[in-house]
Design a protein around this ligand. Structure first.
Ligand code: FES
Ligand code: FES
Length: 192
């Protein structure tokens, strides 16, 4: 991490030059120490699929994967996210094909306003990465930090079950699932 400059007369404000690995690509960003991963993803890098609901760790709308684990990105500092593999909802589809969870949410009608959906899907993705055949209780537990005002959760749980069943029929982890857990290798391509 490189300290780029100090600013202003209200004390020292340091901009750090950092590299974030998002959806398999490296992005340069200039951030203050206290900026959250959520704000940097949305405001600097354009990954607006991560939603800002409460901004205090209560709603789950900002959920992303960090090294394959679902985290609330409003509670993670951008500077702490360097060297980690970050996956947002924009990174789930591969080669023009939706992730099975995305397809299942669409198919069973688990989306109404859609504000909670990216976070729901990423929490479910983290669950299926560590437990490909979860029980209904395990699904509910995994989604317990993601609030939905619209659906009543029944169809959301149904969608996760459907995706898990499809995944087990496909026998084993898909290549993209392995990639989601892999350490980020520096890759070409950057932007702010
Ligand atoms: S915006 Fe992060 S938990 Fe609500
Ligand atoms: S679909 Fe509207 S908050 Fe969940």
């Amino acid at each position: 991490m490189h300290h780029a400059r100090r600013r202003g007369n209200r004390g020292h404000v340091t901009l750090n030059e950092i590299i974030l690995h998002v959806n398999g690509r490296a992005y340069a960003a200039r951030v203050e120490d206290h900026w959250t991963l959520l704000d940097v993803l949305r405001n600097q890098l354009g990954f607006t699929g991560a939603k800002k609901g409460c901004d205090q760790g209560s709603c789950g709308a900002c959920t992303v994967l960090l090294d394959g684990i679902a985290v609330q990105s409003c509670l993670v500092l951008a500077v702490q996210s360097q060297g980690r593999s970050i996956v947002t909802i924009e990174g789930l589809a591969r080669d023009g094909r939706l992730d099975p969870l995305q397809s299942a949410f669409h198919e069973v009608g688990a989306i109404q306003c859609g504000f909670c959906t990216p976070g729901m899907i990423l929490s479910a993705k983290a669950l299926l990465l560590r437990n490909p055949d979860p029980s209904e209780d395990q699904i509910k537990e995994a989604l317990s930090g993601n609030l939905c005002r619209c659906t009543g959760y029944v169809k959301i749980v149904q969608a996760v079950k459907m995706a898990a069943a499809e995944r087990s029929q496909a026998a084993g982890a898909a290549p993209q699932d392995v990639a989601l857990r892999a350490d980020p290798a520096p890759q070409a391509g950057s932007g702010t």
